[in-house]
Design a binder for this molecule. Structure first.
Ligand code: PEP
Ligand code: MG
Length: 759
């Protein structure tokens, strides 16, 4: 970096977790001896200032600055100008990156920006390096990879007992809290530990290898069937990808070539897998990178056939926290899944097939936790907080108690409320509200039934595209939609056309690089640019509409022209089906998602050309407030209860009312207790959210009255800040007596308290 920015010095100062000092940890240009010796508190020096402000510090004449501090060890007096940027990870400062020059120099804006970018890239590397060194140094690791670790001395033998709780951060893959003993699911592809004696010739090895492939294929068929029976057709569909891999001519040719070269079936398989691993590792798109797991899973299956051995799993204890390298689809067939409390993986991301399965089965899961396999000890207690992507190893009693309480509250409430699932959702004065679910998989329908949702208010169709790495086959879409429609009928099903791009990126459907993908060619824009694929999807939806309960929803409409273009394609598709004598629901309602401010502002116009509105507050908030919904750095600005967002919701509802069309809301805020009274008061007639939240929303709806919600909604729409709206929401919950509710009261109290604390 020193070279790139043409500076004389570049140094890294790191802050140890739980320590106030910054330590000079590496340098080019300062005296080597100073490394590890120069320590300064965050409150001192220009370097400390960057850490304290968590923002860049750029000073042309450093020595004249009041925060300048001199360290003779560094030989620093010779340097004139300085630029320091903090190393931040998930909002915590872990160090500071600094460049200095001998000559006075004003750093330009683009230099500061590129230095900041470097800091962003370096921060996770620093954390990983720290973790690796910790794990390598000692088995009694006491320091978290991230920034925090709760310190509680147990006083027991340091050999077997960790001295402190260790908190590791990963990525949330499936919500839920689990507390249980750690269970290591060893890496089944630990090829180094496998014994293999090759046969006498390359030909016999090739024969054995191809036989193993054939057997693996047969086994896969059986597993596919079993998974389908146990968990639903989505599960077996995912394994189709693995069947395809096993049938892939390229893979088979590679295996044959390798086995001829090495005269060992084992070597051949190992080399081919290593090659795939290397190739996948270079892929930028995380979804595609995660697909290596399917190849690995298949490879393991062939390997087991080859060596005639199977990975023997130790019996699971009830509620076990399964710690593994990657969450693989085959784990769901091998493990006694009813006993699994949570799954945590060191690698992979939330889009891997295994993670998707965990979500569908409501098993809390966290992926991508650096060092977890080394850090977690078999049998020790761990807490998994799926929603936050957190794992606490060897938690102290207080933490266990806290999480246990939260988990019990939630479960008791859900069980109790689920038992009342057949009660309709209506306010205390009898206004009927439809409570529906957001789904994306066939397997999700189990949750719809379990939690008593009245139908599916939003069926996201991206999942199939994700599984297929592109536009899915029409036939497969048709089968899925028809199965879902049949399973739900006569309950309603709203199928949304593909909403790819933005936060649901698929590399090979992306056009060229887009600087602002959220504002780019995504969603309906992508569909209109690929009319053949759009028509195919519409045809599949229309065919399923014979079940009589299907509505078609268009995402991200931003203009009348877009709506008309989409409708024209729909009309043409209908015409084609008529000509082919293919039955479909000729009155299928076609709706528009109101998730772009322009759509809300011209809602009156759009309402003329569609049959219903579905308000998508996730995107509406992002676009109204200019806050990227996936960017942690601006997450504190993202608030669907911002008065500007409420104004657009209100405007859309009024337009719908004038046109006489129904309006639902399907963003995450639909299940936010503070928002429910206000949304009902504005006039939303259907709330669609995550299935498990339906019973809670129902309880809240029951306690409210129309007159009260309308009055409070008027106040909320006139509020000047989001905080004010939160307060109004909190008052509504309190006024309706919900804080004393035996099941959800304690949880609502904590929400109301956090609103008060914000004040
Ligand atoms: C929304 O934007 O509010 C919405 C429901 O759609 P998605 O989250 O799939 O973008
Ligand atoms: Mg959206």
């Amino acid at each position: 970096m020193a070279k790139r920015l043409a500076t004389d010095v570049c140094s890294v100062y790191l802050q140890e977790p739980d320590r106030p000092d910054l330590t000079l940890s590496a340098t080019v240009g300062l005296l080597e001896e100073a490394v590890g010796r120069v320590k300064l508190p965050v409150s001192e020096g220009l370097v400390g200032l960057a850490a304290e402000r968590r923002a860049p510090v750029v000073v042309e004449r450093a020595r004249e600055h009041p925060r300048y501090r001199y360290f003779p060890e560094t030989g620093e007096e010779r340097f004139a100008s300085l630029m320091a940027v903090p190393l931040l990870l998930r909002g915590s400062t872990i160090g500071v990156l600094v460049v200095q020059t001998l000559e006075e120099r004003a750093f330009e804006r683009h230099e500061v920006e590129s230095f900041l970018t470097c800091a962003q890239l370096i921060a996770p590397i620093v954390v990983n390096a720290r973790l690796i060194s910790i794990v390598g140094q000692s088995d009694e690791s006491t320091v978290a990879a991230g920034s925090t670790s709760a310190g509680v001395q147990t006083g027991e033998s340091a050999r077997v007992q960790r001295t402190r709780t260790q908190r590791l951060q990963g990525t949330s893959a499936a919500r839920g809290i689990a507390i249980g003993p750690v269970y290591h699911l060893g890496n089944p592809l630990d090829l180094a530990s496998l014994d293999y004696l090759p046969g006498e010739s390359a030909q016999s090895e090739e024969r054995d290898l191809m036989h193993a492939v054939g057997e693996a294929r047969r086994e896969l068929d059986a597993v596919r069937e079993d998974l389908g029976d146990r968990f639903g057709p989505d599960f077996s569909a995912v394994l189709n990808a693995q069947v395809q891999i096993l049938e892939d001519k390229g893979l088979l040719a590679k295996l044959r070539r390798e086995v001829r070269d090495t005269a060992s079936a084992f070597e051949a398989l190992r080399n081919v897998l290593a090659g795939y691993r290397e190739t996948f590792a270079r892929i930028e798109d995380p979804y595609f990178r995660d697909r290596i797991l399917d190849v690995e899973d298949v490879g393991r299956r062939v390997m087991e056939q080859l060596i005639g051995e199977r990975q023997h799993l130790q019996p699971l204890s009830q509620g076990a926290i399964v710690v593994t390298d990657n969450i693989l689809p085959s784990h769901f067939a091998r493990l006694e899944i009813e006993k699994v409390g949570a799954i945590v993986s060191e690698h992979g991301g939330p889009t891997s097939h295994g993670a998707i399965f965990a979500r569908t089965l409501e098993i809390p899961a966290v992926t991508g936790v650096p060092g977890i396999q080394q850090a977690a000890r078999a049998g020790e207690t761990a807490i998994v907080d799926g929603a936050e992507g957190l794992v606490h190893l060897a938690p102290d009693e207080r933490l266990v108690e806290e999480y246990e309480k939260a988990r019990q509250h939630y479960e008791i409430a859900i069980d109790h409320l689920d038992a009342l699932r057949d009660r309709p959702a209506e306010t205390a004065d009898g206004r009927r509200i439809a409570l529906t679910a957001n789904c994306g998989l066939m397997g999700d329908l189990r949750l719809v039934d379990r939690h008593g949702a009245e139908g599916v208010g939003l069926f996201r169709t991206e999942m199939l595209a994700l599984v297929h790495r592109g536009f899915p086959e029409e036939e497969e879409q048709e089968q899925l939609y028809d199965r879902v429609a049949a399973a739900l009928a006569p309950r309603p099903l709203t199928i949304r056309t593909l909403d790819l791009g933005g936060d649901k990126e698929i590399a090979n459907l992306r056009s060229a690089h887009q600087d602002n993908p959220q504002l780019g060619k995504r969603s309906i824009r992508l569909s209109l640019a690929n009319p053949a694929a759009f028509r195919a999807q519409v045809r599949a939806i229309l065919r399923a509409s014979t079940r009589g309960n299907v509505r078609l929803l268009l995402p991200m409409i931003s203009s009348r022209h877009e709506l008309q273009s989409a409708k024209q394609l729909i009309d043409e598709t209908k015409e084609q089906l008529r000509v082919d004598h293919t039955p479909f629901d000729t009155d299928i309602p076609v709706g528009v998602m109101i998730e772009v401010p322009s759509a809300a502002l011209i809602a009156d116009v759009l309402a003329q050309d569609c049959d219903f509105f579905s308000i998508g507050t996730n995107d509406l908030t992002q676009y109204t407030l200019a806050v990227d919904r996936g960017n942690e750095d601006v997450a504190h600005l993202y608030d669907p209860l911002h008065p500007a967002v409420l104004a657009l919701i209100d405007r859309s509802v009024r337009a719908a009312r004038r046109a006489g069309i129904p309006v639902s809301l399907c963003g995450e805020v639909a299940t936010n207790p503070l928002a429910i009274p206000i949304l009902l008061g504005i006039g939303i007639g259907e709330l669609s959210g995550t299935p498990s939240a339906v019973p809670i929303v129902k309880e809240i709806v029951h306690a409210l009255t129309s007159a009260d919600t309308e009055a409070q909604a008027r106040r909320a729409c006139a509020a000047s800040t989001a905080q004010e709206v939160h307060r109004i929401g909190a008052e509504c919950l309190e006024g309706a007596g919900l804080l004393e509710h035996p099941d959800i009261g304690p949880w609502l109290v904590s929400i109301v308290q956090s609103v008060t604390a914000d004040d």
